[in-house]
Design a protein around this ligand. Structure first.
Ligand code: SF4
Ligand code: SF4
Length: 221
């Protein structure tokens, strides 16, 4: 799931300077779950913009704003309100904002900041456990990713700053290397290679952008 945070409202107003009529686009998927761009937040934005003297000509919340065809369809269904607007303000991740920009000729602005990929591991608790490096190494670390879950991305062991097993960067988090060692002990012990061998440099070609995956979907799938 793509994580988003609300931009500061004054910054949004600044980006709208000179443009009084706004059409809002939310997102029924990730931004709804994360309470940054669902129906509730779109209504909140409508009220805030109205109080700030703007006119909201209309609003939609597509099933997922990154699905261009759905966005196009909804924009067509709301053609008058869209045409009346000076700008489309999108409460979705960066991919959603770009899908809306692709689907419309109007100036399109983001109302959210995109902060990575998170997954919900418990109700209401979302964590970034994978940063899509393109070459998964967690098999060597007991199924735990030091690249993502250590703020320094330490792959050769702990930095030495942990305090009582907690990360020096954020004492609410376990040091990921504590977790890795505990896990490996349970799995039969820490391998000598993990303790002694330097890793070869990563193949960063695997993490260059933009990534894409284009294929012919299976019939019926
Ligand atoms: S090593 Fe970490 S960042 Fe890379 S794919 Fe695996 S979990 Fe994701
Ligand atoms: S304390 Fe552990 S998790 Fe925190 S920065 Fe150091 S090695 Fe990484």
């Amino acid at each position: 799931m793509t994580a988003t945070e609300k931009k500061i409202f004054d910054d949004i107003l600044q980006s709208l300077e000179g443009r009084d009529k706004v059409f809002l686009v939310g997102c029924g998927d990730c931004a709804t779950v994360l309470q940054t761009g669902g129906e509730f937040e779109v209504e909140e934005m409508r009220q805030a913009l109205t109080e700030a003297g703007k006119t909201v000509t209309g609003a939609i919340v597509p099933e997922a704003s990154c699905k261009i065809l759905d966005v196009k369809k909804l924009l067509r269904q709301n053609k008058e309100a869209v045409e009346a607007a000076d700008v489309l303000l999108v409460l979705a991740c960066g991919a959603g904002v770009q899908a809306v920009a692709e689907a419309s000729e109007k100036l399109t602005l983001p109302a959210l900041d995109t902060t990575g990929q998170v997954d919900q591991f418990r109700l209401g608790q979302f964590y970034e456990w994978c940063s899509s490096c393109g070459e998964c190494l967690v098999g060597e670390f007991g199924g735990i990713c030091p690249l993502t879950r250590c703020p320094k991305g330490q792959v050769h062991g702990p930095c030495g700053g942990a305090n009582e097993g907690k990360c020096e960067d954020n004492s609410e988090n376990e040091c990921v290397w504590t977790l890795i060692y505990e896990r490996l002990e349970k799995l039969g012990g820490v391998s000598e290679s993990l303790e002694t061998e330097l890793r070869a440099p990563r193949d960063y070609r695997k993490s260059t952008h933009p990534r894409q995956r284009v294929f012919e979907p299976r019939r019926g799938g």
